[in-house]
Design a protein around this ligand. Structure first.
Ligand SMILES: [Zn+2]
Length: 83
């Protein structure tokens, strides 16, 4: 899977997040080549630590991609009762 410049990913993901999608940033570890997915949703990081080898990849230089998940809208503000 090809990676894209991080700014491009952020620009494309923003309207999806606004529409209720959940985004997880993905990147490829420069050291071992394993595919990594960020645990934190709807956030883009400029650096990512590989869970396999611990190498920190410069995502800003390397590029990234993202996982889009549609489905239940579980936005925290929708779950709590309104007062
Ligand atoms: Zn690695």
């Amino acid at each position: 899977m090809a990676d894209h410049p991080i700014m491009e990913c952020i620009e494309r993901a923003a309207p999806l997040i606004e529409s209720g999608a959940t985004i997880h940033q993905k990147f490829t570890c420069l050291a071992c080549g394993s595919r990594q997915t960020m645990a934190e949703a709807n956030k883009f990081f400029t650096r990512g630590k590989c869970e396999e080898c611990g190498h920190i990849t410069n995502i800003e230089a390397q590029g990234c991609n993202y996982l889009v998940m549609w489905g239940k809208k579980t936005r925290p503000e929708d779950e709590s009762p309104k007062h």
